[in-house]
Design a protein around this ligand. Structure first.
Ligand code: MF3
Ligand code: CO
Length: 244
């Protein structure tokens, strides 16, 4: 999993550096396909069946712009312009082991409020990463994300959640970015790997899915940010597999 995690990091880092005014999200997809091929890795998202959509996903990346929360699809007609933000989410498998990570990048000049949205969302992930320790419980992670985001005046998307990860992209347990008392609250044990992925709206939390069956957007049209890492529980504390 460390190998696939580092490859995902390398791909996302390269794509993040490519982001500038005038490129399309399809340009990012093409570059990602190439990097996965060169590394001999399988894309984790392409061909992945999502019951809510009722079909398989067709791309190696999700590229979600502005009010798009997740599952935005790469498209040559989607040209990035100054003031946009773009979430790039991708996963790979190497030798059957998965890695999955996401980041949100500003395009050109964005407003101070948008900068704050990105900062708060990323910080909520970092604070949660520090809770990925043996003896802690799942809700310690959920509440850490929730408290930081809500405390800073933004809102947590509830329809999409993080997940365990390993020999499948999505494994148990679900990792919501809020405390859901209907769920179990397992203790974290050495060897578990969690993909934590806060999705945060600047406005109201409500989401809806576009007619394309995939793209989830903030109902009120407010900007939405997304960051994700895979973190292993080790005897020495959290190990972020998706960064060096
Ligand atoms: N965004 C999801 C995650 O990070 C995975 C994408 S589902 C797919 O877990 F259908 F797009 F592959
Ligand atoms: Co994920």
């Amino acid at each position: 999993m460390r190998k696939s995690g580092l490859l995902v990091h390398q791909i996302l880092h390269t794509l993040g550096d490519m982001v500038e005014v005038g490129i399309s999200t399809w340009d990012l997809e093409v570059a990602a396909v190439r990097m996965m091929d060169d590394a001999g890795a399988k894309p984790a998202f392409k061909g992945y069946y999502v019951p809510a959509a009722g079909e398989r996903y067709r791309f190696v990346l999700c590229t979600s712009i502005n009010e798009e929360i997740v599952h935005g699809m790469p498209n040559p007609k989607k040209i990035l312009k100054s003031g946009d933000i773009v979430s790039i989410d991708t996963g790979v498998s190497l030798n059957g082991y998965f890695g999955d990570s996401a980041l949100t990048v500003p395009v050109g000049e964005v407003t101070e409020q948008v900068k704050r949205l990105l900062k708060v969302t990323e910080a909520s992930l970092e604070l949660a990463i520090d809770k990925v320790r043996e003896g802690n419980r799942l809700f310690d992670i959920c509440s850490t994300v929730e408290d930081h985001v809500v405390g800073n005046g933004f809102s947590i998307v509830r329809e999409y959640v993080g997940h365990g990860i390993g020999t499948q992209l999505h494994e148990e347990p679900q990792v919501p970015n809020y405390v859901d008392r209907r769920n179990e609250n397992p203790r974290l044990r050495e060897g578990m790997v969690l993909a934590i992925e806060p999705m945060v709206n600047a406005g109201k939390p409500d989401a809806r899915v576009l007619k394309d069956k995939w793209t989830a957007v903030a109902k009120d049209g407010s900007y939405s940010a997304h960051f994700e890492h895979c973190i292993a529980v080790t005897a020495n504390g959290p190990w972020v597999l998706t960064r060096p």
